[in-house]
Design a protein around this ligand. Structure first.
Ligand SMILES: [Zn+2]
Length: 145
């Protein structure tokens, strides 16, 4: 369960990037390889915690999953590794070199039209930022592994 630390790191990077914009973040797209060891549901949950009280509060998290792929060192065949990954060629039995599937990167940040807290009511009512627990207090309830 390292999703919370990933979420916190992502939120920090995005906050840094949009600091001068004065606008809230509407959505964030992450590209995550299926071999990166990230559970999307857990990341979704951690993201909601990590964004509390930040310009990302209420932002939608979109996850672009990348399948694991490898190339055979013996016959050159390229194939998905599957999950859990099979790291040898099903044709000739030689070792596969991993081509992709361990990605973990921010690919897109979409800004909202207004400043934090001022955009759309379509996500439902949003509590005022003042008085919310800080991210750290909130994160403190979640056990780290
Ligand atoms: Zn092969």
């Amino acid at each position: 369960m390292h999703e919370l630390s990933i979420a916190v790191a992502v939120v920090e990077q995005v906050e840094e990037a949009v600091r001068d914009q004065g606008r809230a973040v509407a959505s964030l797209t992450l590209r995550i390889g299926e071999l990166a060891g990230v559970v999307p549901e857990a990341l979704d949950f951690a993201f909601a915690l990590a964004t509390e009280g930040t310009v990302l509060a209420g932002a939608r998290l979109l996850i672009d999953t990348v399948e694991g792929r490898g190339r055979c060192e013996g016959c050159g065949r390229e194939a998905p590794t599957g999950m859990p990954p099979v790291l040898w060629c099903t044709g000739c039995g030689a070792t596969l070199t991993l081509l992709g599937g361990r990605e973990l990167e921010i690919v897109r940040v979409v800004l909202a039209d207004g400043p934090p807290g001022a955009e759309s009511a379509e996500d439902g009512p949003r509590p005022a930022v003042a008085g919310l627990p800080t991210r750290d207090e909130e994160a403190g309830h979640v056990p780290h592994r």
